[in-house]
Design a protein around this ligand. Structure first.
Ligand code: NAD
Length: 454
């Protein structure tokens, strides 16, 4: 398997994929190691995670550079990702005790009752490339704290980062027979579906997620899916500071080159502020610095995968055919690397794929609406259900919209954000189950009910 730098198209490294036999061996070693890990006191398991937390900071320069080289993320955003991952780890370090402790239900009655939380066993963590640290720590940190063994399958586009993660976990004291990386593409992931694992925790596309759910259903083990989105943002006509709203919406649309699961993927603007919003949005988008992602001033780097260029081009062409007006961008830069500049289509409508299927790139459609009711109807017109954002100075009016969203997350005057203390969950085609918050700690354990007499 070749690791390619998307900014230069150069091969960074050739790396061997794991064969099904090698994956089976890794699984067998976890089978041996996991019970001893589960017997290690919780506090000691957390101590290893504290060391990992410190190592991420100590090695941040190397780790950020590797991440930028293999996925094309602007360097400053790689640093931000590491910081964000550390914040989540801190949450797990501080809160796991409370949610994993034995829970007495009745202590005084003749029959005493308590709940004990036991690990699931060995779980698969099949991961995406767009935020390998963030989406990784959502799973392998609480899984390890909970006493599980982890088969960690990083995306083939973030393999070197995956290897760093494994190295640092071992350095932090996680035993080798408790955490194993699986190197490879979809076939390596597929091999995990054949093994008798005790849970499947997947982050990636709807298509693969659904496939995994279907192919593991007969095992009757937990399956959690964090999938894609087509997240809307609605600008009401009472917003006062159009400049800062446009700034936030633009950042939500293009951060990480638009390759975020909760990126702003479509914007609806009330007709009273539509023209002003568009002028401000486009003038800001024009100023974004596109170029070498290793340069700290760069705001837009290359897309991570070459195929995505054609995919985005099809969306732009389709939008133009359906009445869209292209105000900025519209095609890849004619140079080496998978660079696609910020692209803005106005006069958007729901006949366009740009407004209905996940773009996963710095391409955005903006549609005019006449009132909140029309905005709500359009925001809900999607098979996805990850997040939805509303900008308004009136909380009651915004709340009315937020209540009608069938999404796991809603935002008022903010967007494209995840918090460790809140559950991260998608509805409909955006996923199943939740990570983060206390739910994301409990997701990796199973309850045992004790009925005690005598
Ligand atoms: P992907 O579905 O192509 O791949 C995800 C992982 O699945 C990779 O590790 C891949 O090797 C593996 N895989 C592929 N085929 C498999 C199979 N048959 N069996 C088992 N594993 C298999 O997704 P991607 O391109 O890596 O990620 C982008 C998608 O992820 C976008 O849709 C994005 O919105 C979504 N995403 C969601 C969240 C979230 O929290 N909801 C976070 C990040 C990314």
């Amino acid at each position: 398997m070749q690791i390619i730098n998307p900014a230069t198209e150069e091969v960074i490294q050739d790396i061997a994929e794991d064969s099904p036999e090698a994956i089976l061996k890794k699984f067998q070693s976890l089978k041996e190691g996991q019970p001893s890990w589960a017997a290690v006191p919780l506090k000691k398991r957390i101590t290893c995670i504290e060391r990992f937390y410190a190592l991420l900071d100590e090695e941040k320069d190397t780790l950020s550079k590797t991440l930028t080289m293999e996925v094309g993320k602007p360097l400053q955003q790689s640093y931000n990702e590491l910081n964000g991952a550390r914040k989540r780890i801190e949450y797990f370090i501080k809160n796991s005790d409370r949610w994993l402790a034995d829970e007495w239900i009745t202590e005084e009655d003749a029959t005493r009752e308590k709940i004990v939380y036991e690990p699931l066993g060995i779980i698969a963590n099949i991961s995406a490339w767009n935020y390998p640290y963030l989406v990784g720590v959502n799973v392998f940190i609480p899984a390890l704290i909970g006493g599980n063994g982890v088969m960690y399958k990083p995306s083939e586009y973030a393999t070197l980062t995956g290897l760093h993660i494994q190295r640092l976990l071992y350095q932090a004291g996680i035993p080798e027979d408790v955490f194993q990386i699986v190197i490879g593409k979809g076939m390596a992931g597929q091999a995990l579906l054949e093994l008798p694992l005790n849970g499947y925790f997947f982050t990636g596309s709807y298509r693969t997620g659904r496939y995994i759910a279907e192919h593991t259903a007969s095992k009757l083990v937990p399956v959690q899916l964090e999938l894609g989105g087509k997240d809307p943002l609605y600008v009401m006509d009472d917003v006062e500071d159009i400049d800062s709203v446009a700034e936030a919406a633009l950042e939500g649309a293009v951060y990480n080159n638009g390759q975020s699961c909760c990126a702003v993927e479509r914007i609806y603007v009330h007709e009273n502020v539509y023209d002003r919003f568009i002028d401000t949005f486009v003038s800001k988008a024009k100023k974004l610095a596109i170029g070498n992602p290793l340069d700290k001033a760069t705001e837009i780097g290359p897309l991570s995968r070459k195929e995505q260029i054609d995919f985005l081009m099809q969306q732009v062409d389709d939008a133009k055919e359906n009445g869209g007006k292209l105000l900025l961008g519209g095609g890849p830069l004619q140079q080496s690397g998978y660079f696609f500049p910020p692209t803005v289509v106005v006069n958007a409508n729901h006949k366009m794929k740009l407004m209905t299927e996940e773009s996963f790139g710095p391409v955005i459609g903006i549609q005019k609406v006449k009132d909140d009711q029309e905005a709500v109807q359009l925001m809900k017109d999607t098979p996805y259900g990850l997040t939805a954002a509303v900008y308004s100075k009136d909380f009651k009016r915004a709340e009315d919209v937020m209540k009608q969203m069938d999404t796991g997350t809603v935002y008022w005057n903010c967007c494209d954000r995840v918090s460790a203390g809140l559950p991260w969950s998608g509805r409909k085609s955006s996923g199943l189950g939740a990570t983060l918050s206390y739910m994301g700690i409990r997701a990796f354990v199973q309850p045992k009910a004790y009925h005690l007499r005598g």
